[in-house]
Design a protein around this ligand. Sequence first.
Ligand SMILES: [Zn+2]
Length: 210
Amino acid sequence: MTSLHETPAPACDAAALDALAAFGRFAAARGWVPATAGNFSVRLDAAHAVVTRSGIDKGNVGADDVAVVPLAGPIPAGMSAETPLHLARYRADARVGAVVHVHTLAATVLSRADRAAGAVRFAGFEMQKALAGITTHDAVVELPIFDNDQDTAALAERVEARLATSGVPGYVLAGHGLYAWGATMNDARRHLEGLEFLLACTLEERRIAR
Ligand SMILES: [Zn+2]
């Protein structure tokens, strides 16, 4: 029930749905959202985001596959267990306009391999410049790793505490997958694609170094 003091939730607009559907097709075409994995969201306004529902085919997102969620909760039924990780990003940083999460092979493998170090480190790659604020290959980029946790509200608190001092627009959950965000869906996608490319290169380098 809506009280007199609450603003009614806005409806999902066509631009938000289009952005989520287009990103879903992009990620599905690359095999990054296997077995209904992954979740994506876009900010609607200062207090709401549109988030993909749980268990849907992320390559074929339609109007019934997304929901408007208040950033402060409560989270409606049928949403992904990872919704708190999205909402925490929007609450922590007003500049965040989109959050995307995928389960790629390189993110899953390297987040386990480097878990003890707490980060996957990249250095010397031109692709590092895909990340906002990085202007040269000649820098070390540390992609934070967090232990996976089914208590995603608690996990979101740990993530946000560390992100306060991380300039990288993404992180990985060990044995799970990759998160990235940006001011717009295009920025979030560029960050995700860049980080995934860096992860794939690093995995390949370790293979040939054996
Ligand atoms: Zn996931």
